[in-house]
Design a protein around this ligand. Structure first.
Ligand code: FAD
Ligand code: SIN
Length: 534
């Protein structure tokens, strides 16, 4: 069996920043990072707009950033978590600059060029052109590679968290003292399932956008960590709050993932319009094209439905061409590649699933309810986002809680030893799948169900339909899982079904509309509760 001090699952901003902080404080600890494909493939790598942080203190303040975050969160943020992220954020951003991350400077080259996105009352987004995530991922990988005590194992797919359950004990979500001893992971190169025993484990597996047909998330975003922790009887909450980004590029040819047209483009002056060139956002919110995402996405959805259109449009034709290309070179090139010249044509856009606000419940040290198990980044419900995430707050959240997780782990780990007696993975009674196509077919069905019935606008009857269909998919998939050898595709399907179930169940439990969750049968706000799934 593999043995390590700290096991981190995921190599995005959450995983790498946690690893670097632990490694730099405790060179004698071995930190093993498992990642299911190559180390630089993650949601992090695709981030465009940037990182929100209070930078220009003459115009901005912590109080303003806190207020904007609470406004977007629509009554469900945890004020303490918000305060921590906003006030500690700038220090964490300075750290990644020291580690080699580049952010664009303003003309004077003296200070950073701060962008603006929906829901922000000030310019506070540090960015690197329109590929901020790529730059952060690059810099963090380079920094992590400087440490001899960080090992990054690519093509290892984590399957299950090891707890007392694997020693034969019956545990429930309310059992006190559940402990994590590591994970079982599939070595994709050998097809063997290996146990990784760890004194402490950190889940940083990112989001789950692939549960919907149209998403900006890369194909790795299948909610594995949340599903694993849920199966291990961890606490998961607020799963109904799925953020749809208003402006993914509409490509009639279909693309997975959908290409994002950053909100920063609207911050730069892009205006949402109908095919006829009329702006429409004033009918929905005073902040017009820069209203928070839930409002803009619902407005676009509603306009598309009323007009029978497949997309709406982002008009950038009035903007300065050189400045546009300097700020958004990747977006400009991508548009050209599908025959849209942003300086002459309006850009066709459509909402796409983008971010999961709910997830594994964590405290302000990134601890879960399972002992020796931490979670950082998009897979968590840390209290920062509440019912809707403010743009560019998620990279910041991962940096702040990565640091806090590391601090707690460093303080606690000396009192923790490896568990003995953990059995090897039992694959007896399973055979190779005869029809892999059944798995891909079920994944397609799942995305259709979620997109048709649990999308931007929900209703009781739609949620009930989704649940009935999910139950069938669940039963069919469990049968395959119990009788065939394990593959990443099968594990991902199983995890996505769990995520779909958690989203649909949480959505059914919330008998009101709030933030990202809108149910036509309960259009008003009612109560301020989190939907914890027990
Ligand atoms: P990720 O970066 O997704 O990393 C997850 C890691 O876990 C990956 O390495 C993955 O391979 C690994 N993994 C997953 N499952 C397993 C498994 N079973 N076994 C082993 N490894 C596994 N946020 C902002 O703040 N600002 C932005 O401008 C911004 N723009 C965005 C643009 C796009 C197109 C997208 C998709 C997201 C954007 N976001 C933005 C959101 C932000 O990028 C993510 O929330 C954040 O990067 C998540 O970081 P993470 O470390 O939690 O997860
Ligand atoms: C964007 O660039 O529009 C994405 C920002 C985010 O998701 O925070």
């Amino acid at each position: 069996m593999n043995q390590t001090d700290v096991l981190i699952i995921g190599s995005g901003i959450g995983g790498l920043s946690t690893a670097i902080h632990i490694a730099s404080q405790r060179p004698e600890l071995l930190i093993t990072v498992l990642t299911k494909t190559v180390s630089n493939e993650s949601n992090t790598r695709y981030a465009q707009g940037g990182v929100a942080a209070v930078w220009n203190e003459s115009a901005d303040s912590f109080e303003k950033h806190i207020r904007d975050t609470l406004d977007a969160g629509d009554g469900l943020c945890d004020l303490n978590a918000v305060r921590i992220v906003v006030t500690e954020g700038p220090q964490r951003v300075r750290e990644i600059i020291d580690w080699g991350t580049r952010f664009d400077k303003s003309h004077a080259e003296t200070d950073y060029d701060l962008g603006r996105e929906g829901g922000h009352s000030e310019n506070r987004i540090l960015h690197y052109k329109d590929i901020t995530g790529w730059e952060i991922q690059r810099a963090l990988m380079a920094k992590a590679n400087e440490f001899k005590n960080i090992e990054i194992l690519e093509h290892y797919f984590a399957i299950d968290i090891i707890t007392q359950h694997h020693l034969g004990y019956v545990i429930t979500r309310l059992t006190p003292g559940i402990e994590c001893y590591g994970v079982y992971a599939l070595n994709k190169r050998t097809n063997e399932i290996e146990a990784f025993l760890a004194r402490t484990t950190v889940v940083t597996t990112g989001g789950a956008g692939q549960v919907y047909r149209n998403t900006t998330n890369p194909v790795i975003a299948t909610g594995d960590g949340i599903a694993m922790v849920y199966r291990a009887k961890g606490w998961v909450e607020n799963m109904e709050f799925v953020q749809f980004h208003p402006t993914a590029l509409y490509n009639p040819a279909g693309e997975n993932p959908a290409f994002l047209v950053s909100e920063a483009v609207r911050g730069f002056g892009g205006i949402l319009k109908t095919r006829e060139g009329e702006s429409f956002m004033h009918r929905y919110d005073l902040r017009e094209s820069l209203a928070p995402r839930d409002i803009v996405a619902r407005a676009i959805d509603s306009e598309m439905k009323q007009r029978g259109e497949e997309c709406m449009f982002l008009d950038c034709r009035h903007l300065d061409k050189d400045a546009f290309i300097a700020h958004f070179p990747t977006i400009y090139d991508k548009c050209l590649s599908i025959g849209v010249d942003p300086m002459q044509d309006m850009i066709p856009v459509v909402p796409a699933c983008h971010y999961l606000c709910g997830g594994i419940r964590t405290d302000v040290q990134a601890r879960t309810n399972i002992r020796h198990l931490y979670a950082v980044g998009e897979c968590t419900s840390s209290g920062l986002h509440g019912a809707n995430r403010l743009a560019s707050n998620s990279l910041l959240e991962a940096l702040v809680f990565g640091y806090r997780a590391a601090a707690d782990i460093v303080a606690q780990i000396d009192g923790v030893t490896w568990k003995t007696g953990i059995p090897n993975w039992n694959a007896s009674g399973t055979t190779d799948p005869k029809e892999m196509v059944l798995i891909t077919q079920s994944a397609k069905e799942l995305k259709e169900i979620m997109s048709s019935y649990v999308g931007i606008v929900r209703s009781n009857i739609r949620l009930k339909r989704a649940m009935d269909r999910l139950e069938l998919l669940y039963r069919e998939t469990e049968e395959i899982y119990n009788t065939t050898t394990i593959s990443p595709q099968l594990c991902e399907l199983r995890n996505l079904i769990t995520i779909a179930y958690l989203i649909t169940r949480s959505a059914s439990m919330r008998r009101e509309s709030r933030g990202l969750h809108y149910n036509t049968d309960f259009p008003n706000k009612q109560d301020f509760v989190q939907t914890t799934l027990l």
